[in-house]
Write a protein that binds this ligand. Structure first.
Ligand SMILES: [Zn+2]
Length: 200
């Protein structure tokens, strides 16, 4: 193989070129493999010092999302046909993505989860394709529709997404958990019932 290439006038150059291409391919393969691992398990854990710190960051994110839900009159008119309009979808998805990234500092996680968070709204607000949409649209004001969008997004994050990135250290027993109450205590320390259970 090497002899064959060496017989050619620029044999060394060809081999160098092949090695370069192989390196490039290997790099691309490594990147894809990393991406694949993350896709399989897009969970990451951010340890918050306290529930207060967590709540504050969540509220900043919700503030930005709520502002993005504040669509204008022309978007509102388009909703009669589209349900959620393509423009609203782009705006909301990119806001959720960048806000999640501020908290997690993980672009890939934020990207995947922004899509997931928007999925319920896409399914429900399909405009003319959704049953009784005209009736729903006509009976709700712009602000009421905005409330439904925002509530849907916030609820999804609180019920699902936050457990993929937020963990806490119980201030009483030191255990790491994905939930602490308002006093920074894990379930076992907070709930006296669970002590009784463990005695049994
Ligand atoms: Zn505890």
């Amino acid at each position: 193989m090497i002899d064959y290439y060496n017989d050619m006038p620029s044999g060394i150059n060809v081999i160098d070129k092949m090695n370069e291409e192989l390196d490039d391919l290997q790099k691309k393969y490594d990147e894809l493999e990393k991406k694949y691992d993350r896709l399989k398990n897009p969970n990451l854990k951010i340890l918050f010092n306290s529930i207060e710190e967590f709540n504050q960051k969540q509220e900043e994110m919700y503030g930005a999302i709520q502002n993005t839900c504040d669509f204008d009159d022309s978007q509102y008119r388009s909703m009669k046909h589209y349900g959620i309009t393509p423009g609203q979808w782009v705006d909301l998805t990119s806001t959720i993505q960048s806000e999640l990234n501020k908290i997690t500092n993980d672009k890939h996680f934020s990207y995947i989860n922004a899509y997931e968070i928007m999925a319920p709204i896409n399914s429900i607000f399909r405009g003319r394709e959704s049953p009784h949409w005209a009736k729903i649209y006509d009976s709700l004001t712009k602000d009421e529709l905005k409330d439904i969008f925002f509530d849907n997004i916030k609820n999804y994050i609180e019920e699902n997404t936050r457990y993929k990135y937020a963990i806490f250290k119980c201030h009483q027993c030191g255990k790491i958990d994905d939930y602490v109450n308002d006093e920074n205590k894990c379930n076992a320390c907070y709930d006296p019932e669970s002590d009784e259970d463990s005695v049994e």
